[in-house]
Write a protein that binds this ligand. Structure first.
Ligand code: URP
Ligand code: ZN
Ligand code: ZN
Ligand code: ZN
Length: 481
């Protein structure tokens, strides 16, 4: 099967050019100026399908480096399965996810990894890879980490938060970082001071402060800054490459920027929710509605200026990329577990379908360039996590994971209900009974999505199938200094 994407503007992290993209099977065969001939023949000759991209951007498929399909959390599990979540990702122009395999407390690392393969295998619409959560950092786990790279898992996540669940103390973190330095595996850190947060949570609840808003009060920015600093110091001491996940506080960004300024291999990710949403407007919504936006790290105060600072940090490369931390829970039967006690609201927001659209608004408003949009949504995630060459770039030999994006199109995102709760006909494809992004109107539209050469989205149709997506083994990070 040969496909030609004709007359589009091919955008990469380093520039944009008018070009035709020839795809042979699952792979990009050529990127040539429009009208070019190949072996004396018109590019379109012998091609099975031509996609006209006139007036549109042709970009490498999005890579969402932080998702949690089917994650067990707080007595329930994230509502998107690998099937529903990866299909929703495809609708939004994401062609690869890196999900977090979980080693639970008391479980062996490779049993956790095997369980994740079982959940995902044969179910995904797009390609997928795994990071490994180490939830029980003992001698056996440290030994198992030696074998992760051979399994195509080149990064692991530790938690300075959630005591009694995923939490690692400083002694455990130090040992894991020594292993990270030795093996080259990327240490990913959930940087919030969990024991201190738990004290504040207990005090707030005892004062009768039980609304979702207090989730944000308990998880104060000082506790994100402090943990980020501590992680950076331990990484500096051990030589471990460090990637701080879901950064939301401007003070945490400053810690990352300072470490990067010394040449340390420290990186930071933020998420669309921290760029757009806030403690006041969202977590502070009336009644229990704020539960829709309970996630950790929490949404931050707009009055304190975190959102603007995060946008600026994406521009200056103090932060390197944007993932969603997609971890959806329905209001009914899931988020409502925390009615009367914010600490029992499952943590997470669903955005896997909207990342490219939401970030593109940064191009529309002049906060980031078109090239930077491609870089932070695709090329850097590929380099950061050892996928570059195959993913994250449109060039001969790369997987034909490609999005045709229409800058003149329009996308209404949200669950699609009017003020009376009646469906309005527009909807997302994530398995959620609400949207954290209700009412967002997007300049731009994902028109066509190809996953390894197969058209999976075309206009308003899904043309893919469960099981199209394959597990991708990753190598070591290609982003280290
Ligand atoms: O609230 C969040 N972020 N839920 C997912 C788990 C995590 O810590 O990333
Ligand atoms: Zn986390
Ligand atoms: Zn997460
Ligand atoms: Zn369109």
């Amino acid at each position: 099967m040969k496909t030609l994407i004709r007359n589009g503007t091919v955008v990469s992290a380093t520039g944009r050019v008018q070009a035709d993209v020839l795809i042979d099977g699952e792979t990009i065969a050529a990127v040539l100026a429009p009208g070019s001939r190949l072996l004396g023949a018109d590019l379109a000759s012998g091609v099975d399908r031509v996609i006209d991209a006139t007036g549109k951007y042709v970009i490498p498929g999005g890579i969402d480096a932080h998702t949690h399909m089917q994650l067990p959390f707080g007595g329930t599990a994230a509502s998107d399965t690998f099937e529903t979540g990866t299909r929703a990702a495809a609708w939004g122009g994401t062609t690869t996810i890196i999900d977090f395999a979980v080693q639970s407390y008391g479980q062996r690392v490779f049993d956790g990894l095997a369980a994740w393969h079982e959940k995902a295998a044969g179910n995904c619409a797009i390609d997928y890879a795994f990071h490994q959560i180490i939830g029980d950092l003992n001698a056996d786990s440290l030994q198992a980490m030696d074998g992760l790279l051979a399994e195509g898992v080149s990064s692991f996540k530790l938690f300075m938060a959630y005591p009694g669940v995923f939490y690692s103390d400083d002694a455990q973190i130090l040992k894991a970082m020594q292993k990270s330095a030795e093996t080259g595996l990327m240490t990913m850190m959930h940087a919030e001071n969990g024991p201190a947060i738990d004290v504040l949570v207990g005090q707030l609840l005892a004062e009768g402060k039980t609304d979702p808003y207090y989730h944000g009060v308990a998880r104060a920015w000082q506790l994100e800054e402090e943990a980020t600093h501590r992680a950076i110091m331990l990484a500096d001491l051990t030589g471990a490459p460090l990637y701080v996940v879901h950064v939301s506080a401007k003070q945490a960004v400053a810690q990352i920027a300072a470490a990067r300024g010394t040449g340390q291999n420290v990186f930071g990710e933020t998420c669309p929710q921290y760029l757009y949403l806030s403690l006041e407007e969202n977590l502070g919504a009336p009644g229990f509605e704020g539960a829709k936006w309970v996630c950790s790290t929490p949404l931050r105060s707009r009055a304190e200026g975190h959102q603007d600072h995060l946008w600026q940090s994406l521009r200056t490369n103090d932060l390197q990329l944007v993932s969603t931390d997609h971890c959806p829970f329905c209001m009914k039967g899931q988020k409502d577990l925390g009615l009367g006690d914010f600490s029992k609201i499952p943590n997470g927001i669903g955005s896997v379908e909207h990342r490219l659209d939401l970030l593109y608004q940064g191009v529309v408003t002049g906060r980031i360039s078109l090239e930077r949009w491609v870089e932070i949504t695709s090329t850097t995630p590929a380099r950061m996590f050892g996928l570059y060459g195959k993913k994250g770039v449109i060039q001969p030999g790369a997987d034909a994971d490609i999005v045709v994006y229409d800058p003149d199109g329009h996308t209404s995102i949200g669950y699609g209900t009017d003020e009376f709760g009646e469906p309005t006909g527009r909807s997302h494809h994530m398995n959620m009974d609400h949207s954290a992004w209700e009412g967002y109107e997007i300049d731009g539209h994902v028109d066509v999505v190809l996953s390894r050469g197969k058209v999976v989205i075309e206009g308003n149709s899904y043309l893919g199938a469960k099981g199209d997506g394959r597990f991708v083994k990753r190598g070591l990070s290609q982003y280290l200094i």
